[in-house]
Design a protein. Sequence first.
Length: 462
Amino acid sequence: MHFARLTTALALTAALACGGRSQPARVAEQATPPSSADSARAGEPVVLFLGTSLTAGLGLEEAQAYPALIQQKIDSAGLAFRAVNAGVSGETSAGGLRRIDWLLRQPIAVLVLELGANDALRGQDLDATRQNLQQIVDRTRTAHPDCAIVIAGMQAPPNLGQRYTRAFRDLFPALARANHAALIPFLLDSVAAIPRLNQADGMHPTAEGDRIVARNVWRVLEPVLKDREAGGGKREAPTPRRDALPASRFPRTGGTMDRPSKIVCVGRNYVEHAKELGNPMPKQPLLFLKAPSALIGDGEAIVLPPASQRVEHEGEIGVVIGARLKSADEHAAVRGIAGITCANDVTARDLQQTDGQWTRAKGFDTFCPVGPRVVPLSQLGGLDALEVRCRVGGVERQHGRAADMAFSIPRLLSYISGIMTLEPGDLVLTGTPAGVGPLAPGDVVEVEIPGVGVLRNPVAGA
């Protein structure tokens, strides 16, 4: 099988497993000479999986652990990378920090960092966990400046208390933002707390469960690997400014994107959506603005404000402006598009109805998720081919096509640019199809545009 296990001469004693049981540390030792297949892969860039027993595949065969399944996906995609499993049962962030210098002796193209779960089981101070993880990232980039970082988000059990649980969950998106790293929103999404997908300890996935974990990882890792291959294996070093928003929050392929000067939104651009809310269709595009401070990225939590009793999702096609547009005709407007991204115009519906104007209802912090990346039109087959879907808890609620919009995207951009100048980096949300509905704490909302990806955000209470 095309998969490389970490070889080590370190003697590792028994440690606390992720599930809270004492288990031998699972790090493979190379007792036999490498196979011809392994030798052939020796020169390929390494994807290093640094983690706990979840990465090591506790209770599973080596080939069933999710890093091995990722190697299969890498090979099927025709990508030249070699997955190395450096998972250890019972590993903490401090243990990972102690090991990282040794691991970095080999050239690393991508580091997938899955640590922190055992820190939470021990009730460790989160500042210490955060510092350890940050030092791992710093040492990795010092040793390999071109290395891409992928952070695996984790969640703590509720018995640790609401404040600790929330702070632990938020640690990983914050770490990704600070380091311009890709984020796996929750490694065990659609696996945790499902008995048939977990072993008897209730903590470690079965072989079937790890196949789902591999899909969670691949959804984020695949574009990272493809970007690296397209860029000749080099990672563009971040050059953030004080007014720049981290790539994980407002992404652009290849680096950071400035905070937009404005987010222009369009209301009632699908006939069926207007009908479901009992509103007439406007004769011209109905415009409103969202605050740039509402922006969050893929994997970050939508926080429901106490002021509202009904917050709803609105999945939309987002258009990122690449060139200054002022009084542009439709052809010039299309030429000024940098790319397309997924967006969610989260709305406090009760406040929208009572206020009359929409600033408060649309403007709360976290009410504008955007991501997971921006894709040029040339890669998407044209504007009319675009479609958007929105799911909550895996159940589809919305599905709309750009071809069904009352006002086309070129018309919208031309119309808007005749009112206000659109600057590079500005974001235009083009309207939501029918099917909007409420969100509740614990939900996971997904907005998908084929060819762009899936924007996934958990929902949390204030």
